[in-house]
Design a protein around this ligand. Sequence first.
Ligand SMILES: N[C@@H](CCC(=O)N[C@@H](CSS)C(=O)NCC(=O)O)C(=O)O
Length: 285
Amino acid sequence: MPALNTLTRVAGRLVRSSFAVPQALGKVSTGPAAGVSLNQTLLQARCMCAAAAGPKGFIFRQLFDHTSFTYSYLIADANSKEAVLIDPVYELVSRDLKVINELGLNLKLTVNTHMHADHVTGSGKLKQEIAGCKSVISKYSGAQADIYLDDGDTFEFGKFKMEAKKTPGHTDGCMTFIWHEQGIAFTGDALLIRGCGRTDFQQGNPGTLYDSVHNVILSLPPDTLLYPAHDYTGQSVTTVAEEKKCNPRLTKSKEEFIKIMENLNLPYPKQIDRAIPLNKVCGVF
Ligand SMILES: N[C@@H](CCC(=O)N[C@@H](CSS)C(=O)NCC(=O)O)C(=O)O
C-alpha cells in the first residue's frame, strides 16, 4: 500500500497563484437543485467549462446526485490534466467517466470525505474502469482503501495540493479537505449549508462535531468557500462568514447545539443497510 507522503513527494511541484479565484468560482458553480430548469443547469455547466479554461489553471466541476442529494467534486490541474474526484456516487460513475473523458482528464484519486451511510461510493467502480486510479479515505473511517489519510496529510493533483483535516462528529472518520491556495474547503457531512451532519449513528457525537466545525472549518478565513457533500435545499456553496452568521445550529452554544442534535428525529437514510457494508470496502462488489 503506497504511503501518502511518498505520493505527495513524487507528484508535481506546488505553485502559488494570486488570482481572485474563490469569488469567480462561487459565481459559476451553482448546482442543479430542485426548481432549477435544465436550460439553466446547462448554461451554468457551460459557464463552468468556460471558466475551467481560464487563467487560474484548474478545472472545477460540482456534480449532483438527485437521488441521494450528494455533491461530488471533480477537480483537476488544467495543464497536466491530473484529476481527483471527491465523493463519487456508484450509480453516477458513467456520468463522471463521460465528463472525465470529455475533458481529457487523468483521474488519479477518488477521495471520500467519510464512509457514507446514504449512498454507495463510486470509488471501487472507478478503480475498475481507470487503470492506476486509487481510492482514498481517512485512516479512522473503518473502511478499506488504497491510501489512508491522517490529520494534516496532503494529496496532490498536478501542481495543486489539498490538506486533509480530521473533522469527526458525524462519523469518526470524517475529514474536510482544504485547498488553502484557492480559499476553498470540501466539508463532507461535517458542515452542510445552514446545517450539519446528523450525529445519531456511525459513532456520531454532537459535542465532537461542534468542536470540529468550530476549530477546523469556521476557523478558516471568512471568505473561504465551503462545498458540502449534500444539500437538501437547492443551495450549492457557502462561506465561513455566512455560516458563522446564519447557521441555525452552529451559531448556538455547545450545550444548545447538543440538545438540537439529540432532538432531530430524522428517519434513517433509505439506503443505509446497503451502503454501509459496501462502503466498508470502498464500493467494490
Ligand atoms: N433522506 C435521506 C437521508 C438524509 C440524511 O439523513 N442526511 C444525512 C447525511 S447522509 S448520512 C444528514 O446528516 N442530514 C442532516 C440533516 O440535518 O438533514 C436518505 O434517505 O438518504
